[in-house]
Design a protein around this ligand. Structure first.
Ligand code: AVJ
Ligand code: FE
Length: 445
């Protein structure tokens, strides 16, 4: 096939976009790792997390494997360290004992890899080869680094000691955000075939039919969650599943992670600073079991993943599924609390410009939202480009979370994006909203 002028111009535009995304992402990685000293970078702040210096070199190693070696066909930079930074060969709890690259070497390594990537980006032809079509592998690597940046942010949240991260507080409410929204029965398109940087687990697009249901217009707030605690929610097994109650007992759960009593209220430790818990902010740092127990106490349930996605994407005017609740345009600061622009969730009603056509708010950003669905492939799923990104996690061990948090970058967040974790995990920026079946009267309204 001969290259036309249009192909060449499109290729140049794509190259420019990729270079900008790589640079923007690396600036975030640098900020997260330059914020603490070398000893702190090497230390394990929680058995659930890697030392920050492991995440840093792992990001470079994945970039080397996929872009330098595979896309670029270049010689390895550091073949000898592949095993150290293979997440499957090294469980998180063992990572601090490994002979990791010290901070200076890790920084030099990721910089060397990045130089080679910029060099090959100048020459790469965006052919039909699946790995490079529309710059997919570059997009995958940007998203991978951003996902580790969010993980590093969660590590910062677990760090003991003085605060090292700063950001302005999120915006104040500009609209009423509470209540519930009825989503009428019918089919919608779930997943995508067309989003060029969508990962394998978001594909393919397929039709899903749902009965009418009702979903909360906003995530569950601290105020509502504190009422559940005050009502003895953590002491009554009837609100919890058997597995949830066993975990609540064994782990001694009494409140969200990072909360402590403060007079007759609560305080919440955010990146090294204690602040009063604010009633109108979405609750964060709850596990799936806590979310499920709250929903039962409230007379509701968690949404299924399909219910979450229909609420986030379905446009009643056209019947189309959009990329985001507000339309197809990329998120801006007016749409959603993303990208570590703020260091905690925004109060309900802070993002009216980000609401869906039916009036569901804050689906994107603020907190990852637990759904009741186990992580599986969409019908017709094909692993690409490697089974270890998604497929090896399919099954009932993991629940799906949707929508991204204040710590999620826009490149790793959209109406189809899927996250997953164990139902006991809460060091991530996880919250939830509730749903329920529509009553017959509502369904026929
Ligand atoms: C999609 C967030 C569950 O961190 O385990 C990073 C992302 N995959 N490196 C994870 C990921 C490989 C993944 N999550
Ligand atoms: Fe990774």
């Amino acid at each position: 096939m001969t290259e036309t002028t249009t192909d060449r111009r499109d290729g140049e535009a794509l190259r420019g976009r990729i270079a900008a995304e790589l640079a923007r992402t690396r600036a975030r990685t640098a900020a997260l790792t330059d914020a603490v000293d070398d000893e702190d970078l090497m230390r394990q702040h929680s058995p659930l997390m890697s030392p920050l210096v492991w995440d840093l070199a792992h990001v470079g190693n994945q970039e080397e494997l996929w872009l330098v070696r595979d896309v670029g066909g270049r010689a390895p930079v550091r073949h000898d360290i592949d095993d150290l930074y293979d997440a499957f060969k090294q469980p998180r709890r063992d990572r601090p004992a490994l002979p990791l690259l010290p901070p200076t070497e890790a920084r030099a390594y990721v910089a060397t890899v990045r130089d080679k990537v910029f060099d090959l980006l100048d020459r790469v032809a965006f052919t039909d080869r699946p790995l490079v079509v529309d710059g997919f592998a570059f997009g995958m690597i940007v998203q991978h680094e951003q996902q580790h940046d969010e993980t590093m942010l969660a590590t910062h949240q677990l760090r003991a000691g003085a605060a090292v991260l700063d950001a302005p507080p999120p915006p104040e409410p500009r609209a009423r955000g509470g209540g519930e929204v009825l989503v009428p029965a019918g089919e919608f398109t779930m997943g995508t075939d067309t989003d060029p940087w969508a990962l394998d687990n978001e594909r393919p697009a397929h039709r899903v039919r749902l009965p009418a249901y009702v979903i909360d217009a906003a995530p569950v707030t601290n105020g509502a969650y504190a009422a559940f605690i005050a009502d003895g929610g953590y002491d009554e097994s009837r609100w919890w599943s058997p597995a949830g109650w066993a975990h609540r007992q064994e782990a001694g759960l009494t409140a969200p992670m990072h909360w402590r009593r403060d007079g007759d209220g609560w305080a919440y430790r955010r990146f090294g600073r204690w602040a009063p818990v604010r009633a109108d902010e979405p609750v964060v740092h709850v596990c799936f079991h806590e979310a499920e127990a709250y929903a039962a106490w409230a007379g509701k349930r968690l949404p299924t993943e399909a219910e979450w996605e229909k609420a986030a994407r379905w446009d009643p005017a056209t019947g189309r599924s959009r990329r985001y609740p507000w339309g197809d345009e990329d998120p801006t600061a007016a749409h959603a609390n993303l990208g570590q622009r703020h260091l905690w969730p925004a109060p309900v009603g802070a993002y009216p410009a980000g609401a869906s056509p039916l009036g569901v708010h804050q689906l994107i950003g603020d907190v990852w939202e637990w759904t009741s669905t186990s992580f599986r492939g969409h019908p017709g799923f094909t692993a690409f480009p490697y089974r270890e990104y998604s497929e090896v996690f399919f099954g009932d061990d993991y629940r799906v979370l949707r929508g991204g948090s204040f710590g999620t970058d826009r490149s790793a967040c959209r109406g189809t994006f899927r996250n997953w974790d164990y139902p006991i995990r809460r060091q991530i920026f996880s919250g939830f909203r509730c749903a329920r079946d529509a009553t017959p009267e509502e369904a026929h309204a």
